[in-house]
Unconditional design. Structure first.
Length: 396
């Protein structure tokens, strides 16, 4: 999706917030209906039945009738799609939406005349019940868009995202392969030896964030002071998020343009970043340490990087088994846990090969993709197997 910064007037912003409130209300009603279902009962209302119920509700309540029917029906369609994804096992069960979090609504049946450019950096978008709303024309709007989503982040910024299938980046055609190892200290290490780190907040910004968090802990719940502090914290975190997204876009584009095949580890990021607090009956261990690790993984953009690579280089991203990639010597193939002397240093106990630990893992990932494995005797990557070191060191 192509996202742009929306610039509504105060009057338009009030109507946009009403649309978000209506979409949130309809979504929560659908969640409540499905929460009452139990095995043995009749089926829950589907999308068409919910649309009929929505028509009856709009006829009864004037405040709901004043909103856009399209916005409210699309909230029901989004819920139906979310339930379908849940039953397919690709997403979690949809839950309640809260005010001030992920405020958004979707508009469909967009016509070419609903989007226009009025100057070099300014465009206009036609929103139901709102009229023409300006947005920053940072790049060309994709042709043939049929829908868009308007959302407001916790920092109070408005954005519009046009639904469009991006054009894939063509492969260079040189047959080059690269392995990418993702980590916390180093966000992405390439088998070529290049190291990339996702940008975060500066030291001064981290100090200010810590001061704001302490002020938030002292503020009274529901007070205006607490609301202002939360907005200030959200703006700082949004700045970090924007930097990470920009880094992901630039890094993924660079990799898609330079290499024909991109090998990454098949990591389950969602499972790896789950909380370790456990339950009251069985509380977890090292909860705070696990929470810090989760924040580090999310700040490194592991999932975002692979997702954008799959969008820009479809069919050229190879996922390999991550087992023993950090313990295996990329030169001789010996697996030894003590070879990784520290977070950054790797020295093989068998052949003495020394390398950056993340780069060594990236080389193993590249070998596992099936390009250097056959030259080394077909050593399979997912099984620890120790053998005599090879007399010739193979470079990646």
């Amino acid at each position: 999706m192509s996202r742009y910064r929306l610039q509504p007037t105060p009057a338009q912003e009030r109507v946009l917030l009403e649309h978000c409130g209506h979409a949130r209300f309809v979504w929560n009603l659908a969640v409540e209906q499905h929460s009452h279902w139990r095995p043995g009962r009749g089926s829950v209302p589907r999308y068409l039945e919910q649309c009929r119920q929505l028509t009856e509700a709009r006829a009864e309540f004037e405040w709901l009738r004043a909103g856009s029917q399209m916005v409210q029906q699309q909230a029901l369609r989004d819920f139906a799609q979310a339930m379908s994804d849940f039953f397919n096992g690709t997403h979690r069960r949809p839950t309640w939406r809260k005010r001030g979090r992920r405020e958004s609504f979707r508009v469909v049946a967009v016509k070419p005349a609903d989007v226009r450019r009025i100057s070099r950096h300014v465009g206009e978008l036609k929103v139901p019940k709102v009229g023409w709303v300006r947005f920053r024309w940072s790049r060309a709007v994709p042709e043939g868009v049929k829908s868009y989503r308007v959302n407001q982040d916790q920092a109070g910024r408005w954005h519009v995202a046009f639904a469009a299938i991006p054009e894939p980046i063509p492969a260079p055609g040189r047959g080059e392969v690269v392995g990418v190892d993702r980590g916390v200290a180093v966000s992405a290490a390439l088998s070529t030896g290049a190291l990339f780190c996702a940008p975060t907040l500066r030291d001064t910004e981290k100090t200010r964030l810590l001061r704001l968090l302490r002020k938030l802990a002292r503020a009274k719940r529901g007070s205006n002071r607490r609301g202002k502090v939360k907005v200030a914290i959200a703006k700082l975190k949004a700045r970090e998020t924007d930097r990470r997204k920009d880094w992901v876009e630039k890094t993924s584009t660079d990799l898609a343009r330079r290499f024909d095949v991109i090998a990454v580890e098949d990591l389950k990021t969602g499972n790896m970043t789950r909380s370790a607090k456990g339950t009251l009956a069985k509380p977890g261990r090292n909860v705070r340490q696990k929470a810090g690790l989760n924040r580090g993984i999310l700040a490194a953009g592991w999932g975002q990087l692979v997702e954008r690579l799959e969008h820009k280089a479809p069919g050229r991203v190879v996922k390999v088994n991550p087992a023993y990639t950090s313990q295996r010597c990329s030169a001789c193939g010996i697996v030894e846990a003590k070879s990784r002397e520290s977070q950054a240093d790797f020295r093989c106990r068998s052949c003495g090969y020394a390398c950056n630990a993340d780069v060594n893992a990236a080389k193993n990932i590249k070998h596992a993709a099936g390009h250097a494995v056959s030259a080394r005797g077909g050593l399979p990557l997912g099984e620890p197997a120790n053998r005599e070191p090879q007399p010739v060191l193979l470079s990646a």
